[in-house]
Design a protein around this ligand. Sequence first.
Ligand code: GLG
Length: 820
Amino acid sequence: MYNPIFEKEKFKREVTNNVKTLFRKSVEEATPQQLFQAVSYAIKEVIIDDWIATQKAYNEQDPKIVYYMSMEFLMGRALGNNLINMTAYKEVAEALDEMGIDLNTIEDEEPDAALGNGGLGRLAACFLDSLATLGYAAYGCGIRYRYGMFKQKIEDGYQIETPDNWLKNGNPFELRRPEYAREVRFGGNIRVEYDEVGKTHFVQEHYESVRAVPYDMPIVGYNNHMVNTLRIWDAEPIVDFQLDEFDRGDYHKAVEQENLAKNIVEVLYPNDNHYAGKELRLKQQYFFISASIQQAVAKYKTTHDDIHKLPEKVTFQMNDTHPTVAVAELMRILLDEEGLGWNEAWEITTHTCAYTNHTIMAEALEKWPIDLFSRLLPRVYQIIQEIDRRFVEQIRHQYPGDEGKVKRMAILMDGQVKMAHLAIVAGYSVNGVAALHTEILKKQELRDFYEMMPSKFNNKTNGITQRRFLMHGNPLLADWVTDKLGTKDWITDLSLMDGLKEWADDGEALQEFMSIKYKNKERLAQYILEHNGIEIDPRSIFDVQVKRLHEYKRQLLNILHVMYLYNQIKEHPEKSFYPRTFIFGAKASAGYIRAKQIIKLINSVADVVNNDRSINGKLKVVFIEDYRVSNAELLFAGADVSEQISTASKEASGTGNMKFMLNGAPTLGTMDGANVEIVQEVGIENAFIFGLSSDEVISYEQNGGYNPVDIYNSDHEIRRVVDQLVDGTYGYGNREMYRDLYNSLLNTKSSSRADMYFILKDFRAYAEAQEKVEAAYRDRDRWARMALLNTASCGKFSSDRTIEEYVKDIWHLDKLTVEV
Ligand code: GLG
């Protein structure tokens, strides 16, 4: 087995030396943070050699490269993951131990690289891990935000956002690459010029510009010496550029450009599944896209002379609509810089760009106001006008007389630039992220497009990396799996997990499996004690819902059900009740008021329930502060039940659901997103499925919703819970605190539909499913078998499988080998 940390003694010397040269300290004197830095630099030392070797392989083997364009990369911590993938984790832990350093402690010193909101950003991170592991040439292209996802504090039950200054101690793994800087231009106007042969030139003038400077982060493949690159762009002012003759002495302009550079990469927008329409956000999008595409084209041209063959060597995958300005930017470069004609440029673009759709939520679709867009990106806008003109012509040609189609499908309509339409028209592939989601796209949301260009549409069910979410997050279970399968090959081929089914009826194996779960529950309980000061019983059922706070994800349903259980326990103290711990973790977008009220409600319920001595600790509620990748790993490992209870049709895929499954937690969920496929793999008897189907939800929606008041009137237990929102039970006597949530369910005043997310409609079914969970859990053998079968059936959900599908159907990449 390859072990890059050649010798233990040499590694120890290096750490000692790093502490000395970086901090003028001895190992004994150094702080944990300083030790983290020193160790990371020692590891980087090793990574660099493989990184260089990988670049050499790129140059020699000239593979096709995928550029994964994404506003978000939710990487989490790098140190532990790099060690895992270098197959050096245990050796390094041992070496450090001999130096009196605890690896876990220094891992905790690393800030999460939280350059993403939730599933979409984490998917990008898992994809990079898989691409490197499978030996494909890939760049992640994104933004080096100075501040990532905000840190969440809970004060008095309310979410408080504080800035995530993740770079304050420096990032030991990154490399600044000023030699690859690019200029990106905004605003101004376009002057048309004709040269002596009558050719038209479009010249942008009076623009502002910034210098995009890339920082590279190594993406270490598992045990293969491959190190790919995540290239994230920083912005710097272009001092020399703007002081040209025309502008010399224009002090204001200099300051403006300075500010533009500073602002553009300042912060990640903390919206998940929601478009806010901010100008700076569009600037961010164009900034990293322009820099990345310029770079990719320039790299291609260093070794190829025929730009027409670009699609043979380059593919741009657009992660949602955020990067779709890429199609127009590529056109701009081909037309204005490479001097191609429209048809040739279009031919290249439409064979190079591909688009992934991650949501059908209307409020997430990006539609930029034309005046804003054309002012900021005048040349790109002209190009989009021409793309739109030609596309509309094509619609009219194909569907004569059907102006409804034009209205529904045009890129420019009602004063807006519709980014999804642009991506679909110019992309050669459009994919959804789970089977159900892709079907809904084809039949509902994107139906017109599907009818017109069916061959573009395809499904790529999401996946997750087992390297981080099992090997790193749950080492006990990882070792057990290796032991039971008699091989480590599952690390790069998760389908082998199927072999664990052999142990599903083996009493001893089941017991081992459950005792690992128990240890992980103890570890989680310890974390909760340290961070929340709440003592929870590892023998209780750990029921976990961790994900972004969103109405469609229905954390409200979960907490209303907790309130219902609490009422039951209080009313029937004699009834036997299996102790339960409900664990929540969620960030709400800073401006999402209702989501924040739900966080407050969860904390209020926690406060009341946890402090009620009369219920003998039968029920506990915990809200994990600052849910993020690093504590997620503990939560998945320690969960008994995985809550995946979105309103059917709304969750495109979900990926948390897969991480729980991998760690042996059965799903309690709706038939939504990838839950459908999870159930297919594990069997419906090994999950707890409830609620409306997506067809039912869609049909209610098309008929104006349903009437929750009927349920409220006829089911007194539900009514009681809903009333408790406004009777002061959880408002510390304040009846108004949750009035808005109450109204959202019954719509006594609000303007939107009543109970838009079908919470009351699904409540009974959910409560019954929860009863089944309790009954199943009481039967220890049955539960163990279920849990084990979840782990054993998760093979499909590796991001390795997902990436192989993208490669086969969309990207057509070649495998690389790296020689060292
Ligand atoms: C989206 C969806 C999730 C999906 C993820 C990755 O809401 O259901 O799993 O992308 O495709 N905004 C998201 O997180």
